[in-house]
Ligand binder design. Structure first.
Ligand code: PEP
Ligand code: MG
Length: 561
């Protein structure tokens, strides 16, 4: 079990023999928190004066309050509570005392108490996270939430599956779990309060289920399902070397989405026609800070090499929103999805942006490479970003470094503003790649990572279907290459619709390629066009989903859709 610092920690106990470890974890957290406060307080006193530092004195006073400390320790000793839970509970009671006060100055203290709690939790959980790296046996991770940064570290651990209270299907955590290829179930609301450390757990990724302590019959049934699953994916792998061609001979290019440099080779092994989206920002989510130009160049070369001469589309870093670098972790914004993210962040951090552009330009000589910018909202942003590419080219020319001057420069179309202005964009961009994860989020005003509203996040919403049709039509009329790289591209439910509106390039997680390919090979373009037309005639999301599910089942009756 792993707890997350931003949330109330669920009740969790530890075995009696682990109580001493929890007490030690707590003592170490207090010690580190006090050390940190003393360093930060000194800095404030020297640089900003005694008044500015006085709030830290108050924090130190709370941490030295023996009564508070005794309360936490007693909860651990008497109830075998985990250190994180005990701390969180006692701190919540402490906050409540201030909530009842009438003096506004004292009410203000609630925020300070929350700060102190967060600081303690960071140290308690920091140790828990380290434990994850030192797991000696395969384990399933059950947690309230997990950010993309933590998820990106999982492949280096012995974790074999994940179940989370928070999150939704197109959050980056979910995307990473899929690309990692291990079962993950997210958005379960309260799984972390229902499962305890040491429980036997089944993760059923296909049905989004977690079964704790199954009986023998259930265990048997799932073992049989596991064998059947491997057999089915083995059969699908046989399609690997066959192209995705419709029955009437139209080729659809199936590219893969890549989060880690090693993945492009995996995508090609799954039958991918190239890399349609390389999410470079994951290189930046590491404790050491942004990678150097050389490190980036090496990573991009690896992606290009893995693609073996197939086309590769590199997206410049899409940081912010749910992907904060470790340096920015503690400057979270009030509304990050609408905040300093993606191309906006790049244009405010030009030095960092230019380093990346130079690395991409240098790597481009080694293959068939294009680059694109994320979350473009206006023509001005696109022009500014393109100008920065030209600056980077000049830098390289000055040093006589080899690069590809003719690299195609495109945009991700993932905001309603860009969809509305698609015709104007078509006059300036090299290509368009539709990011439906964000497009749906902004079109339907629904946070893509929030389990409480995940019901409202749907590619079947008529407004989404019509926007996609209009964008593809505008690109086709302008002769601009258009692809789609959001999660919809890998969902068989939407394959026939997307083909029917004229898309000929889809980019998805490598694991989705075989099934989508199988479907494409069983239909004609005319069939897909008829289905798209009918899907576009419905008024509600539910009618669209039911219709597309029925039509897809007619073609692929044996697959779960
Ligand atoms: C998208 O928004 O659809 C997309 C492909 O980009 P990301 O999921 O990385 O935001
Ligand atoms: Mg996006």
């Amino acid at each position: 079990m792993l707890e997350a610092e931003e949330y109330r920690i669920p009740y969790r106990t530890v075995p009696a023999e682990a109580v001493q470890d929890e007490l030690a974890r707590l003592a170490s957290a207090f010690e580190h928190a006090l050390e940190e406060l003393s360093t930060q307080g000194e800095w404030l006193k020297t640089n900003l004066g005694r008044d500015a530092a006085s709030v830290f004195d108050w924090h130190v006073g709370v941490l030295k309050d023996q009564h508070l400390r005794d309360n936490i320790e007693n909860l651990i000793k008497d109830k075998c509570a985990a250190a994180a839970y005990a701390t969180s509970t006692v701190m919540l009671n402490y906050q409540r005392r201030f909530m009842q006060m009438t003096d506004p100055l004292l009410v203000e203290r609630i925020r300070d108490v929350q700060d102190i709690e967060k600081r303690l939790m960071r140290h308690i959980l920091g140790e828990a996270r380290e434990d994850l790296a030192h797991l000696t046996k395969p384990a399933i991770l059950v947690a309230h939430d997990l950010g993309p940064t933590q998820t990106a570290q999982l492949p280096d651990t012995k974790v074999i599956g994940v179940a989370l209270d928070a999150g939704a299907a197109t959050s980056h955590t979910a995307i990473l779990l899929r690309s990692w290829g291990r079962p993950g179930v997210i958005g379960l609301n309260d799984v972390s309060t229902r499962v305890s450390g040491g429980d036997l757990v089944i993760i059923d990724g296909s049905n989004q289920l977690v079964i704790a302590n199954p009986d023998d019959a259930t265990l048997e049934e799932y073992r049989a399902q596991e064998v059947a699953y491997h057999k089915l994916s083995g059969e699908l792998d046989e399609l690997r070397d066959l192209p995705a061609v419709t029955k009437d001979g139209h080729r659809i290019m199936l590219h893969c989405n890549v989060e880690f440099p090693t993945e492009s080779a995996v995508g090609v092994r799954k039958g991918g026609d190239g890399v349609g989206l390389y999410r470079t920002e994951f290189l930046f989510l590491r404790p050491e800070g942004p990678p150097s130009e050389e490190e980036q160049y090496e990573a991009y070369r690896q992606v290009i090499r893995g693609a073996e001469d197939r086309p590769v589309t590199i997206r410049t870093f899409d940081l912010g929103a749910d992907k904060y670098t470790q340096q920015r972790q503690y400057e979270q914004e009030r509304n990050p999805m609408l905040g300093l993210r993606s191309i906006r962040y790049s244009l405010q951090n030009l030095d960092m942006f230019k380093i990346q552009l130079r690395a991409i330009l240098r790597a481009s000589v080694h293959g068939n490479v294009r680059m694109m910018f994320p979350l473009i909202c206006s023509l001005m942003e696109f022009r500014q970003a393109k100008m920065t590419v030209h600056d980077a080219m000049e830098d390289l020319e000055e040093t006589g470094t080899d690069f590809n001057r003719n690299v195609s420069i495109g945009m991700m179309l993932e905001t309603p503003a860009a969809a509305v202005q698609v015709k104007e964009f078509c006059r300036e961009v090299g290509f368009v790649s539709i990011g439906t994860n964000d497009l749906i989020q902004y079109l339907l005003a629904v946070d893509r990572g929030n389990e409480r509203v995940s019901q409202s996040f749907s590619g079947s919403h008529p407004a989404v279907l019509r926007s996609l049709r209009d964008v593809v039509r505008a690109c086709t009329q302008a002769g601009i290459d258009c692809s789609l790289c959001g999660e919809m591209a890998g969902q068989p439910l939407y394959t026939l619709f997307l083909m029917g509106i004229g898309l000929r390039q889809l980019s998805m997680a490598p694991a989705n390629i075989p099934e989508v390919k199988k479907l494409i090979r069983l239909v004609t373009t005319a069939q897909a066009q008829r289905i798209a037309r009918r899907a576009l005639s419905f008024d509600t999301e539910r009618q669209v989903t039911n219709y597309l599910r029925d039509e897809t089942r007619k073609v692929l009756p044996e697959d779960p859709i």
